[in-house]
Design a binder for this molecule. Structure first.
Ligand code: ATP
Ligand code: MG
Length: 582
């Protein structure tokens, strides 16, 4: 697919101007110097996100514009956030919560969630967000692994999902209800009442860069979720990657659509925008194409960070709801979480006058590692180039370790040289699993990719999802992207199924756009289209139509589940499964 040239009006004002020059000049110490810190080398995420700005005169600036389900909007300035998070930290302290204690949160995207996150960090306690849509078991499992001391939640969520088993968790001493209205259920506390009784002043804990700050569970796409430990020092990466990869400027209105229940919603839905002192939009409601376009227009969003699943849903709805909308404030669009099909990048360019800028990272990396920048041409389907300060490589196995592949366009493990500040410090209680990630001085990501002659990285598939057929390695992404080009296809997932002759053959599961019905003719047409685009060795041999594809709650297609069902194997950990297509 053709390169989409950078837009000069965007490139001229981009934070990252000349990629090579910025990379050459970059140091993590320099990035650290953009922040305050405390005398003696201390660093606290919440200080950098809030109090630093209030001290420099930005107290009246809107930090969070919260849009409630009913579409009413509520503004919180940096000064408001400072006072509320101070009260929250004081409330925790009054309950005996100490540095390092784990504070879990089970809330929808309501203001209390943001106050809890930053107030917890101010105290030096560890914040652990969970999706509010999780069922009781995944909640219990995470809180048990994380040794939760405190849970911040709503009355309804508490009654439905926690009350039944809370006595089983010995560490869990406090449950704080955000909407108790003076009548907290037995054994819980009314958070508003607690906060009302405390001071709006609090001395932020003098945390050190290596002190634990966040515990994030991975999405569970490939198996049992892992608890990735992150430290306060990560804020250096959150801040600078927001400037580079999302091109955040001080006057921007920024909207990250991710839920803080997964890492994007925390790193780029809380910490990065606030440390960069932009105004961030939080929408309480779930995806709705018309609502999203209304928000983009009404809030004059400049920078929009979303995910392939949402983009594919927008493509499915079509441009109808955009008619008459003025999105002239939109300057930069980015995407993360899954491979972004070239088709979606081009659609963005046609529909919004700019491409979606794909970027790649993981819960483990804490922040964006590889990205497409406003100042660089976009090759649709590529994840872009490593951030300044990040060394990425494609590595292959040797007898006793790995080594970097020198030649372009060779498939290998996507690997990173450890040492950036937002790298995980552990998988909680899983030292062996953690140690396995590091080989020959590289962090091995578990994703397969290629690098082209210009230094752009191309996602191939997860290690577990790659298909081996007649001596070829087939990346599901390539096959899926080819099928996505067909006008009938809304979504597609590809797996390998065992075959005596060639090892594995490709099978595709396809969900159709509105107006298309499954039929033998369409099946043949899609098979033909794929064969023409990919050649017979790579094209799917079988296509099955599905209403929906199984996804995690963070919107990732669970190919392993399609495969397990296809082969009649155990489904494994499905604690993060959202839509079930059975
Ligand atoms: P688990 O590790 O529990 O199986 P997960 O890997 O989906 O779940 P996350 O850390 O939320 O958990 O997701 C990171 C993964 O998402 C990456 O390793 C990669 O497979 C995929 N991913 C993220 N961004 C991109 C992207 N731009 N292109 C392709 N894949 C991406
Ligand atoms: Mg993973």
């Amino acid at each position: 697919m053709e390169t989409i040239h950078k837009r000069l009006d965007q490139a001229d004002r981009a934070n990252l101007g000349d990629y090579e020059a910025e990379r050459a000049a970059f140091t993590w110490d320099g990035a650290r110097a953009l922040l305050d810190g405390f005398p003696g080398g201390g660093l606290n995420i919440a200080h950098e996100a809030i109090d630093r700005h209030v001290a420099s005169g930005l107290g009246d600036k809107v930090a969070i514009r919260w849009i409630a389900k009913d579409e009413s909007r509520h503004d919180f300035t940096f000064a408001d956030l400072r006072a509320r998070t101070n009260r929250f930290a004081n409330a925790l302290q009054s309950l005996g919560v100490r540095k390092g204690d784990r504070v879990f949160c089970l809330l929808g995207r309501v203001p209390d969630l943001y106050v809890a996150a930053l107030g917890t960090l101010k105290l030096g306690a560890v914040f652990c967000p969970m999706f509010s849509a999780f069922g009781p078991e995944p909640i219990k499992a995470r809180m048990s692994i994380g040794e939760a001391k405190v849970l911040v939640t709503s009355e309804a969520l508490y009654r439905r999902k926690v009350a039944g088993w809370r006595a089983e968790l010995a560490h869990l001493t406090e449950i704080l209800i955000v909407d108790a209205n003076g009548a907290a259920p037995e054994g819980t506390r009314d958070l508003a009442a607690l906060m009302g009784a405390t001071s709006a002043e609090f001395e932020i804990a003098r945390t050190q860069p290596e002190d634990m700050a966040l515990l994030h569970f991975t999405s569970g796409t490939t198996g049992r979720p892992k608890g990735a430990v992150h430290v306060h020092g990560a804020v250096v990466a959150h801040n600078v990657t927001g400037r580079y990869a999302l091109d955040l400027h001080p006057d921007d209105i920024f909207w990250c659509t991710a839920d803080p229940g997964w890492v994007t919603g925390t790193s780029y839905g809380i910490i990065s925008p606030l440390t960069n002192a932009v105004t961030m939009i939080v929408d309480e409601a779930e995806f709705d194409a018309e609502r999203w376009y209304r928000i983009l227009e009404a809030e004059k969003v400049n920078v929009w960070y979303t995910a392939p699943t949402a983009i594919r849903m927008l493509m499915k709805v079509g441009a109808g709801p955009l008619a008459g909308k003025d999105l002239s404030h939109l300057r930069f669009m980015a995407s993360v979480g899954e491979p972004l099909n070239p088709e979606a990048v081009v659609w963005g360019n046609q529909t919004f006058g700019m491409p979606f800028h794909d970027n790649w990272w993981q819960t483990e990396t804490g922040g964006i590692m590889i990205a497409n920048y406003a100042s660089m041409d976009v090759k649709p389907g590529s994840m872009g180039k490593p951030l300044p300060g990040i060394v990425a490589g494609i590595v292959e196995k040797t007898g006793d370790g790995v080594r970097e592949v020198g030649r372009p366009m060779v498939i290998g493990q996507l690997a990173l040289r450890p040492g950036w500040p937002s790298m995980m410090r552990a998988y909680l209680n899983e030292a062996e699993r953690y140690n396995k990630c590091f080989v020959s001085g590289w962090y091995i990501s578990g994703d397969l990719a290629m690098r082209d002659q210009d230094g752009y990285f191309w996602f191939v598939g997860r290690d577990d999802d790659v298909i081996k057929s007649a001596g070829h390695l087939i990346g599901p992404f390539e096959v899926e992207s080819a099928l996505m080009e067909h006008p009938a296809v809304a979504e597609v997932a590809v797996i390998g199924i065992p075959d005596e002759m060639v090892g594995e053959v490709v099978k595709a599961f396809v969900a159709l756009k509105p107006g298309f019905e499954p039929s033998d003719d369409l099946n043949l047409e899609l098979l033909g289209h794929a064969r023409k685009r990919l050649g017979p060795a790579v094209a799917p041999k079988v296509i099955a139509f599905r209403q929906n594809l199984p996804k995690t709650r963070s919107g990732k297609i669970m190919r392993r589940l399609l495969k397990a069902r296809e082969l009649g194997l155990p489904e494994g950990d499905i604690s993060t499964l959202e839509s079930d297509e059975k």
